[in-house]
Design a protein around this ligand. Structure first.
Ligand code: KMH
Ligand code: ZN
Length: 277
């Protein structure tokens, strides 16, 4: 089994400071949170940008500031979001990819997202994948439901996904697949050969599904984007607190935790020159 790759999803697009007072919003706050998460065992940070008023944005200049601030503090794989927030245009969402970060998320289909619709038109998904190829950015394929794995298989057949492919099961969105052990076992059984995977359980599912992934040879995403609590009724003190717990459990189960460089090796990422452009 490979070492465990822990991704910290630090901010997201939906959580507010009112809900989670420790939510990092500014580039400097996001960078400090990233550094603390790396110290706690994270190899990847999944980042979303916010405007100073806290609202979600895909502004390329803010992403550039975030990446620069993170890289000034620590070595970590920066994965920018191309999901952004519900209602953003595909063009807006794609903007940070042109900064050539090491990774970017790529949602593999549409779904109801709580009371809204998270639209991912097949033609737009192809454009996103092509832009990532053009800019040398490794995609993390976000899988919210079973049909999206079928799309991955079709893309693999037609050769539009460079191997090795990495995907992330995001389970527990209202409108997406349930965050149950059965759902994770089913999705895992449908994986194309040679694909690495992680799981992001929403809310209370973050910990149990993370522990399942440790046992099953997958990887784990934790952080405020998906879950703001440490345990029932107790807000987490920081993103790093959530990372530290998963790292501790994994080590206790004799599965070491990957450094950013080890994660690059597992995921087939060549440390790319970030353009600062
Ligand atoms: N904020 C969600 C609508 C991603 O980052 O790629 C989409 C999302 C997925 O967060
Ligand atoms: Zn995200």
């Amino acid at each position: 089994m490979d070492k465990l790759i822990i991704t910290a999803a630090l901010t997201g697009a939906e959580v507010s400071r009112e809900q989670q007072p420790a939510l990092p919003i500014t580039p400097e706050e996001i960078a400090r949170a990233a550094e603390a998460c790396v110290e706690a065992g994270a190899a990847i940070v999944h980042v979303h940008a916010r405007k100073p008023d806290g609202s979600a944005t895909q502004d390329r200049a803010i992403y550039r500031e975030i990446i620069a601030a993170i890289q000034a503090r620590c070595d970590v794989i920066v994965q920018v979001s191309t999901g952004g927030a519900v209602g953003m245009t595909p063009e807006e969402r794609l903007a940070p990819v042109t900064l050539r970060p090491e990774m970017a998320s790529l949602s593999m289909g549409s779904l109801n997202f709580g009371a809204e619709v998270f639209l991912n038109h097949p033609a737009d998904m192809e454009v996103f994948a092509q832009a990532m190829r053009d800019h040398g950015v490794k995609p993390e394929l976000e899988i919210f439901d079973t049909g999206m794995l079928g799309t991955v298989s079709r893309w693999l057949q037609k050769g539009s996904l460079p191997m090795p492919v990495h995907l992330d099961f995001v389970l527990g969105i209202r409108g997406g697949m349930d965050a149950t052990p059965e759902a994770l076992m089913y999705l895992r059984s449908q994986l194309p050969a040679g694909v690495t995977w992680s799981v992001a359980g929403i809310g209370p599912a973050q910990l149990p599904l993370g522990v399942m992934a440790i046992i099953l040879g997958g990887h784990v995403r934790v952080g405020f984007e998906d879950n703001i609590y440490f345990r029932k009724g107790e807000l987490a003190a920081s993103n790093a607190q959530l990372v530290e717990r998963i790292a501790r459990i994994s080590r206790a189960m004799d599965r070491p935790v990957a450094t950013p460089d080890e994660a690059r090796g597992i995921l087939g990422i060549a440390k790319t020159a970030w353009t600062k452009g």
